[in-house]
Design a protein around this ligand. Structure first.
Ligand SMILES: Cc1ncc(COP(=O)(O)O)c(C=O)c1O
Length: 287
């Protein structure tokens, strides 16, 4: 099945879809992105991702490219044209195309907008989650505004490749205090040795995960004991359970960290329950 990409107002065959060589996303990583999970052709956590998009654009003073209604239509149409039932839809907005120069281009330069969608096998994702995955740790070498979802992801790319090179699925990044910040493309969680659910607070230099926020609501509803506080690599290695969250990954159990087995080496009960609750809710509320 041929894929289709939305690029600046038109739908194009994916293989031929292009942006200008002087697009500021290409030249400076001067852009932001969002990713929605797709369930049965509908988008999960819709408002959370849309409001974070607006926040990211606002923080970088990039113009909002179109109304939320128009953007919603483009997202749905891209999913439809790609016949995605389960998968993700990706949106990128950059500061547009202009002669290469560091300062912002002239006011009124239209932002560039790209939307793509791809299918992900729900069965494969379930099989991976049933076994759990390996995580490694690596120093967090990123800039000071990781709360903005920019396309400047080189440290994340290097961390993820290090994970692959070391036979793992995800890399957890670690600050100079030895505390886990977040995953290369996910938020990090543990059930600590005292049985408390832990995840780093968002006052820290991390992305405010939309999936993370949805899980926190479920945790409150379920009455699970939560301590929203950073944890060290040592605490993570002593944890009863570990997992990470993101659109696309949902709640993914981590069963080893740097080769150290977590709990009994299988996905733990709280992790498994949160994954089921999250999937149920996300599916129901997708639009
Ligand atoms: C660095 C980082 N942290 C966390 C997340 C999870 O965010 P969300 O749950 O909104 O997908 C992502 C997702 O791409 C990410 O790149």
């Amino acid at each position: 099945m041929s894929r289709v990409a939305y690029v600046n107002g038109t739908y194009q065959p994916h293989g031929q879809a292009t942006i200008h060589v002087e697009d500021r996303g290409f030249q400076f990583a001067d852009g932001v992105y969002e990713v929605w999970s797709v369930f049965d052709g509908r988008l999960a956590d819709f408002d959370g991702h849309m409001s974070r998009l607006h926040r990211s654009l606002n923080e970088l003073r990039i113009d909002i490219p179109m109304t939320a209604e128009a953007l919603t239509r483009v997202l749905h149409e891209t999913v439809r044209r790609n016949r995605v039932r389960n998968g993700i839809v990706y949106l990128q907005v950059t500061r547009g195309t202009a002669r290469r120069d560091h300062p912002f281009p002239a006011a009124g330069t239209p932002p560039s907008v790209v939307v793509t969608a791809k299918s992900i096998s729900a069965a494969r994702s379930e099989a991976t989650a049933a076994k759990g995955v390996a995580v490694i740790t690596t120093p967090d070498i990123r800039w000071g505004r990781c709360d903005i979802k920019t396309v400047g992801l080189l440290p994340n790319v290097l961390a993820k490749q290090e994970a692959r090179d070391r036979g793992a699925y995800e890399a957890w990044m670690v600050d100079e205090m030895g505390l886990v910040t977040e995953g290369a493309s996910t938020n990090a969680w543990i059930v600590d040795e005292h049985g408390k659910l832990r995840t780093r607070d968002t006052q820290a230099n991390i992305l405010r995960g939309v999936t993370r926020a949805a899980i926190l609501n479920l945790v409150a509803e379920e009455g699970i004991e939560l301590d929203e506080r950073a944890f060290s690599v040592d605490e993570a290695k002593r944890a009863k359970e570990a997992f990470f969250t993101a659109a696309g990954a949902f709640v993914m159990p981590a069963v080893s960290i740097d080769g150290v087995r977590i709990g009994d080496g299988k996905p733990g009960p709280i992790t498994t329950r949160l994954r089921a609750l999250y999937l149920d809710q996300a599916r129901h509320e997708a639009i």
